[in-house]
Design a protein. Structure first.
Length: 152
């Protein structure tokens, strides 16, 4: 698809009509990446997840407990964040662990800026549920919060 517009700069004469590409021809990969990035940041649940991950790596089971949400929903939201390059994952046994991806400076600064604006009150209950889950699930010989290692 193209759009006819007037270009008054560069090599075109004043008032000359030029073809301006719109759509996929114009929106190369960087634009698609930005759309994915901002789409990932446009959901309250994902913002809360990023806020929690700001304190360090969490297993999916920790996020499920913190959000009192099904594992499939949590995995969906974490997958959106991963696809946008905002979080990294690693597998430990059968469990997936997520942390904020700090390999891209732009994304890291954006996450820091956005998460700073998320009020602590918004994740207060999530943190309470997470702390309770980690305390309850700690096996006797493993550090607190290693529920995944205990179940693997």
């Amino acid at each position: 698809m193209s759009h006819r517009g007037t270009n008054r700069t560069g090599g075109a004469a004043q008032g000359e009509t030029v073809e301006l590409p719109v759509g996929p021809e114009r929106s190369g990969e960087p634009v698609k990446e930005m759309l994915s990035l901002f789409k990932a940041l446009s959901d309250e649940t994902r913002l809360r997840m990023l806020k929690l991950l700001g304190n360090g790596e969490l297993c999916v089971c920790h996020v499920v407990a913190a959000f009192h949400m099904s594992q499939s929903k949590v995995s969906f939201h974490l997958g959106v964040l991963r696809a946008a390059g905002l979080v990294k994952d690693r597998k430990e046994g059968k469990w997936m662990h997520y942390r904020i991806d700090d390999s891209d400076l732009f994304r890291r600064l954006l996450v820091l800026s956005v998460v700073e604006k998320v009020p602590d009150e918004m994740v207060r209950e999530d943190r309470i549920r997470l702390a309770a889950f980690m305390k309850e699930s700690a096996p006797p010989l493993l550090p607190a919060g290693r529920c995944c290692a205990a179940r693997a």
